[in-house]
Design a protein around this ligand. Structure first.
Ligand code: ADP
Length: 587
């Protein structure tokens, strides 16, 4: 346990428990009382054996037995009361933790969800809080018992015949050493690795399932499984190594704690060498009954230690989310004079990255202008678009809309005036009507239908059982990636924001969908300032201006004809693109 002990997990738990923290203390005290009550009957048992062995007043056996049963029943009731307290507190802690996390998550920059993966965050909100709940509800009471029982047991073991007690304690002591060895400081690190592996697997599984439409569209097979498979393999390797590492200490622990009986037999032989008397019979019988308790106590200590490490790991994960700085709310009352956009020396570096994703990018876009961002994959197009809507804040430089820095605008104002449709814009599990209405909460049904028409979605609506009232993702209602994107376009059309950021779809490339998505894009971008991340160069020819990105820098800017004359990266990309299109047609 070592270092982990310094981490004050109980302080954090008490903070989350709020007004219920007294219940945690009460629960632990009651559990300790019940542990003491459970031990007293063993003393009564000794008395019963003594009466039986010495042939004393046999009636007293009944009295002792009734007292023992009453104490056991009482201990059980007290323990139930303890669990009741810890459970109520645990549910409260879990609820408070989840609501604090959700409150914090909603204030985080949107980019955090890209960086950390929604699967990982979901796992923390669900599983880490559930682990905390289990710990408080069950393990805390067990820990109180595990703390009190050894003291009581030591008294019970040494008071009647310390010599037999000492011999019995030798294997228990060795078992304890093995346990400490297992729980060395490395254990907390191992627990973290274990939870990390589970977390990666869960997030890869989520991403994999989400990617199934793309996998199917492109007829991919084992390659698309690769990352998922790798993390399962890594998990398998880790668990095997870990199990092998613990093989000997665990064998030692189990052997020792179950060998107390053997020690008792040896002790009996030693102490009956010079003949058997009543006292020795009494003690041996008593120790036969009491020693299995030592085994149970040590097992409980081992398991509650492991549960505590799991808890510490879960709490650290929760804290990691709580420590992410929320998006700083812009407080300026200054409002944009128009819907032009200006990037001034924008530099951005992702968390933990070794190089800048964007470096000194500057450009200005007039209100109503349609511009395209093009460039090789990884050149920084998406990052640039995301910075504009404050998925993250720039590392250096500034981005202004109508002369006002986006950082200074209240985020609600910014999001109200900018619509974005990214490739992975997702729909939530609600009706199409509600999904589209998110763009304008007070929109009438007719307005929603009008937006759906403009976004070329009517063919989708017609084939759904309940039209716009069909809940997406329920009873097998499935929309393809392209169809989902058209619905998100309808949402953006309804929102009618003056600035649009579009990420052209490439993944869902069935030709019918593509034409419709393109038509929907055209409809929504009329009279708007438009930034489009373009993947197919055929669609950017008509753009007012094209910014060519390469390696995080804006290397060329101009319209199609100008850039073709310039004879640079754009021209090369365009020629290659034309060749690939011809090649496809030829094929
Ligand atoms: P594009 O949209 O042009 O394909 P991106 O803006 O997605 O390019 O990426 C620009 C650079 O930033 C790339 O080198 C990419 O690897 C890196 N990058 C993108 N997203 C992240 C992220 N979440 N964390 C770390 N690096 C990232």
């Amino acid at each position: 346990m070592g270092k982990s002990q310094k981490y004050d997990h109980m302080k954090l738990i008490r903070q989350y428990a709020g007004g219920h923290k007294a219940l945690i203390t009460l629960g632990r005290c009651l559990a300790a009382v019940s542990a003491v009550m459970t031990l007293i009957p063993y003393y009564l048992m000794w008395k019963i054996i003594r009466v039986a062995v010495n042939g004393e007043n046999l009636n007293s056996i009944t009295v002792y037995a009734i007292m023992a049963v009453a104490l056991i029943v009482g201990a059980l009731l007290v323990y139930i009361a303890a669990l009741l307290c810890t459970h109520i507190a645990a549910f409260r802690v879990q609820a408070n933790m989840r609501s604090s996390l959700m409150k914090r998550i909603i204030t985080l920059p949107l980019g955090v969800f890209d960086e950390d993966g929604t699967g990982k965050i979901r796992r923390i909100v669900n599983d880490s809080t559930a682990a905390t709940e289990t710990y408080i509800a069950h393990t805390l009471a067990d820990k109180a018992v595990a703390a009190v029982t050894p003291i009581g047991l030591l008294v019970l073991v040494f008071v009647f015949n310390w010599k037999i007690g000492l011999i019995c304690m030798i294997p228990a002591l060795l078992g304890f050493v093995c346990m400490m060895f297992m729980m060395g400081s490395n254990m907390q690190k191992k627990m973290k690795e274990y939870q990390d592996a589970l977390e990666t697997m869960s997030s890869e599984a989520t991403e994999y399932v989400r990617g199934v439409p793309v996998v199917k569209t492109f007829g991919q097979t084992v390659h698309s499984f690769k990352r998922f498979k790798n993390c399962i393999d890594a998990y398998g390797k880790w668990t095997t190594e870990y199990t092998l590492m613990l093989r000997f200490p665990m064998m030692g622990f189990m052997t020792c704690i179950n060998a107390i009986f053997a020690a008792l037999i040896i002790a009996s032989f030693i102490f009956t060498r010079n003949g058997v008397d009543n006292a020795i019979i009494l003690n041996v019988m008593y120790y036969i009954i009491i020693t299995p308790l030592v085994t149970v106590a040590l097992t409980k200590i081992a398991y509650s230690g492991e549960a505590e490490m799991n808890l510490i790991d879960a709490l650290k994960r929760v804290e990691k989310i709580m420590e992410i700085a929320p998006l700083k709310e812009g407080e300026s009352n200054e409002r944009p004079t128009d819907y032009s956009i200006e990037a001034k020396n924008v530099t951005y570096r992702y968390k933990d990255a070794t190089r800048n994703a964007l470096e000194n990018v500057s450009f200005s876009i007039k209100q109503g202008e349609h511009v395209a961002l093009v460039g090789p994959s990884g050149s920084g197009k998406t990052t640039m678009a995301e910075l504009l809507v404050r998925f993250f804040d720039v590392t250096d430089g500034e981005i202004c809309i109508g002369g006002v820095n986006v950082k200074d605008m209240p985020s609600a104002y910014l999001l109200e005036h900018v619509s974005f449709v990214f490739q992975d814009s997702r729909l939530i599990k609600k009706s199409i009507l509600e999904n589209v209405r998110m763009g304008k909460p007070d929109a009438s049904e007719d307005e929603v239908i009008e937006a759906l028409k403009k976004a070329q979605c009517m063919d989708i609506i017609e084939k759904l059982p309940n039209g716009i009232h069909t809940v997406i993702g329920e009873k097998g209602t499935y929309l393809s990636g392209g169809e989902q994107q058209r619905i998100t376009i309808a949402r953006a059309i309804l929102k009618d924001a003056p600035i649009l950021i579009l990420d052209e779809a490439t993944a869902f490339a069935d030709p019918d969908n593509e034409t419709r998505v393109q038509a929907a894009f055209d409809e929504m971008s009329k009279d708007k300032t438009l930034i489009m991340i373009a993947h197919r160069l055929s669609t950017v020819k008509d753009a007012d201006r094209i910014f060519v990105m390469n390696d995080g820098k804006c290397v060329e800017a101009g319209n199609h004809d100008e850039l073709m004359r310039f004879d640079g990266l754009y021209k090369r990309m365009f020629e290659e693109y034309s060749k690939s299109v011809e090649w496809k047609v030829g094929a």
